[in-house]
Write a protein that binds this ligand. Structure first.
Ligand SMILES: NC(=O)c1ccc[n+]([C@@H]2O[C@H](COP(=O)([O-])OP(=O)(O)OC[C@H]3O[C@@H](n4cnc5c(N)ncnc54)[C@H](O)[C@@H]3O)[C@@H](O)[C@H]2O)c1
Ligand SMILES: OCCc1c[nH]c2ccccc12
Length: 296
């Protein structure tokens, strides 16, 4: 297990804060379907190992029920709070965002999170519900409970509706993003407003959607850079200024992923993956919420 000690670089957000370009997620491989109070020590130890490996960006959510483990790992790591970038999200308690963040902070044993996200727009039956939820997010930021505020799983129409009344532009939109779901229209909207794109499921093309048109090319790039196809996938995000959130319950994968910070793809390579990826459409999350063919 080769440890790579290149610090993970950060991207500047529109509010002046910085977000590390590679994050460790506690959804997917880790979320708990059972009792939130029953601590998963494997997760605590995995987060501590990640922090030791110099991952600083940790992604949680109230619905993953993993905030207690994140909090314990941060505490037991002994790393100072200001060296870490902690995200959590609100979904179940969207009707009481202030109560939700206070509850999350209590479980995380933290005074503030670096980034607080509305987990999805699907709670809203009207634009005004999106707008009033966002106004409450702004209050949460003002109160110092979250350094940055953003959204997740928003489509262009949700962003435009939110921006009509927003005082603060969302710092980011965390979305499923990989060669088979490039959201080109949405990413254009992000760029226009200075909203950072944060990718979840960045490995999807090589872990869940094979066989596909990028397979052969990804394999050739993995050989060229002496990394795995997964790290090519992460680098493909990072080289487009897209923050990548990945995870694994396997220690060796966490260390392998860090190789994504040690090389760069050429503009031609980025473009070729883009073009090959456009030949296939695949969505791994929230299939019941998005229109089957919606690639925006
Ligand atoms: N906002 C949202 O709605 C939302 C949705 C999904 C995920 N997320 C966040 O993003 C994080 C990462 O999401 P993800 O897990 O889909 O990301 P990912 O695409 O990086 O996949 C990681 C998974 O792939 C597995 N993997 C890695 N290499 C592999 C290989 N060679 N072969 C087979 N499997 C391999 C890992 O063990 C891990 O389980 C989540 O933990 C969560 O924090 C957010
Ligand atoms: O963010 C990941 C997608 C998601 C939505 N609701 C959940 C509940 C438990 C685990 C993951 C999710």
């Amino acid at each position: 297990m080769a440890h790579v000690h290149t610090p993970i670089p950060a991207l500047k957000l529109n509010d002046g804060n910085s977000i590390p370009v590679l994050g460790y997620g506690t959804g997917t491989a880790w979320y708990k379907s059972g009792d939130e109070d029953k601590i998963d020590r494997n997760l605590v130890e995995s987060v501590k190992l990640a922090i030791k490996m110099e991952y600083t960006h940790l992604d949680g959510a109230e619905v993953y029920k993993t905030e207690p483990e994140l909090g314990l790992a941060i505490k037991e790591s002994g790393v100072s709070r200001d060296k870490l970038f902690v995200t959590t999200k609100v979904m179940r308690n969207i009707a009481d965002i202030k109560g939700a963040i206070k509850n999350s902070l209590r479980k995380l044993q933290l005074e503030y999170v670096d980034l607080y996200l509305i987990h999805s727009p699907f709670f809203a039956k009207s634009d005004s519900e999106l707008q009033s939820a966002w106004a409450t997010m702004e209050e949460v930021q003002k109160a110092g409970l979250a350094k940055s505020i953003g959204v997740s799983n928003y489509l262009p129409q949700h962003i435009e509706a939110t921006l009509k009344t927003a005082k603060v532009v969302p710092a980011c939109n965390q979305i499923e993003f990989h060669p088979y779901l490039q959201h080109s229209q949405l990413v254009e909207v992000h760029k226009k407003h200075g909203i950072a794109t944060v990718a979840y499921g960045p490995l999807t093309a090589v872990t869940k959607a094979k066989p596909g048109p990028v397979d052969e090319y990804m394999a050739s790039l993995a050989k060229k850079y002496a990394v795995s196809e997964g790290e090519i996938s992460l680098r493909w995000c990072i080289d487009q200024d897209v923050v990548a959130i990945t995870t694994s319950a396997k220690d060796h994968r966490l260390s392998d992923y860090l190789r994504a910070t040690t090389f760069k793809l050429t503009p031609a390579e980025i473009k070729k993956i883009k073009e090959l990826g456009e030949q296939k459409h695949f969505r791994g999350f929230w299939q019941n919420k998005f229109d089957k063919d919606d690639r925006s």
